[in-house]
Design a protein around this ligand. Sequence first.
Ligand SMILES: *[C@@H]1O[C@H](CO)[C@@H](O)[C@H](O)[C@H]1NC(C)=O
Ligand SMILES: *[C@@H]1O[C@H](CO)[C@@H](O)[C@H](O)[C@H]1NC(C)=O
Ligand SMILES: *[C@@H]1O[C@H](CO)[C@@H](O)[C@H](O)[C@H]1NC(C)=O
Length: 139
Amino acid sequence: MSPKTSASLALSHLTTSIFMQTLTTLYLPENQIGDAGAQYVSDALRHNTTLTTLYLCHSQIGEKGAQYVSDALRHNTTLTTLDLSYNKISEKGAQYVSDALRHNTTPITLNLSGNQIGDAGAQYLRSAGERNGNLKLWF
Ligand SMILES: *[C@@H]1O[C@H](CO)[C@@H](O)[C@H](O)[C@H]1NC(C)=O
Ligand SMILES: *[C@@H]1O[C@H](CO)[C@@H](O)[C@H](O)[C@H]1NC(C)=O
Ligand SMILES: *[C@@H]1O[C@H](CO)[C@@H](O)[C@H](O)[C@H]1NC(C)=O
């Protein structure tokens, strides 16, 4: 089995457990799951889960991954802490996340430190924070 196939199998098992079990915290730091992994996690989050804390730091998540995660955040989730620190999220990624958070009214702490969001990305996030008083942002 190629490393890529086994990684994607592992991820599909993982995301199955996210909504089959009553997981509340999922810790995947340094997991290198990348954009494809972010897509699995995002799909899982859209189902009714009990997940409140998700650590995806150092996971090689880039602009596409940020977009997948944002799609999940557009809906109310059980998630109250999302750590996306030390990924490869750019200004555009920060924009996706900011847009999504205008719709999500769940109180959430979002950690985007150690990314490359730039001044414009920081500005998008600040303005999302101003609109959504439930948001705690670290970047
Ligand atoms: C989500 O799951 C919980 C716990 O199993 C259940 O109480 C709740 O009704 C479910 N909500 C929806 C919208 O399915
Ligand atoms: C999220 O939940 C809030 C409060 O329960 C509700 O007003 C809002 O319509 C929900 N939004 C979505 C997209 O489900
Ligand atoms: C955000 O991530 C950074 C780097 O991983 C960490 O030092 C910081 O404590 C985190 N902040 C929160 C609120 O979790």
